[in-house]
Design a protein around this ligand. Sequence first.
Ligand code: 3HC
Length: 284
Amino acid sequence: MSIRRVGVLGAGLMGSGIAEVCAKAGYETRVREVSDELVKKGMGRIESSLGKAVEKGKLAAADRDAAGKRLSSTTKLEDLADCDLVIEAIVENLDVKKETYAALDRICGPAAIFCSNTSSLTITEMSSATERADRFAGLHFFNPVPVMKLVEVVRTISTSDATAEAVFAFAKSLGKEPIRTHDNSGFIVNRLLVPYLLDAVRALEDGVGSREDIDKGMELGCGHPMGPLKLLDFVGLDTTYAIAEIMFDEYREKRFAPPPLLKRMVLAGRYGRKSGRGFYEYGG
Ligand code: 3HC
């Protein structure tokens, strides 16, 4: 299976990061968003991240320009017809994803591989909306995508060996470190990370320590780059809440149940960095 053209569905935080790393790695990359406004926003995010990489000495200016030339954008799903691999990073809503995959299945060639960047939804169910369950896998990136080395390569019970290997090799070709896992909600990382983040909220609720001390404890005591409450603000409280609900529904284990404080913060619109306030306040 040779992959030359990559389609990326969704140009949000994850989709734009994924498109950036694909274009940097030499793939012709086409990004699809649902409106011109979202296309513009996503492409702007990629441009500024590529600029930052040059500024930080991670990328030569000529390589930034070459990556820019390999990137194109569209609002039409039909424009992904000639892609060898499509990576989907749209809203975490199973019905919307299934509808999109069913349409894409009719548009793309029979050999094209579909990958979802979902963090917790069931990939098997998405693949059932297509006629290519054997050419369907998960490719789960981490935020910020251009910086984080890890990618989870997720097999469903229907994914063929050839597809799993092609997706693994593709992740490596992006300069990432892939790990293999199965289609269980949360895969490896979120299965371990989400209960930890929820426990940090419980610790704050129980008055175990201040927000600063809880974060400092994990940063200086365990060498984490960000304490759990800062990380929650970074990932998004709404996103974490949604992931926890899906995982709780899958496993029915208390450790995945979102604590009341997290729910109330989401209800109050305190989503973290994206809304200007979460456990901390952000300027602007
Ligand atoms: N392109 C390439 N490299 C870049 C870059 C860009 N656009 N922007 C920054 N970098 C590089 C920098 O050069 C630097 O490299 P160096 O360490 O070799 O010097 C490195 O990335 C860190 O950048 P900064 O110095 O600007 O920033 P910080 O040191 O403050 O680190 C951080 C920021 C990388 C976000 C760090 O705080 C961190 O790792 N936090 C934890 C993030 C994390 O856990 N993410 C996973 C979340 S869970 C998830 O995504 C799963 C989902 O399903 C919920």
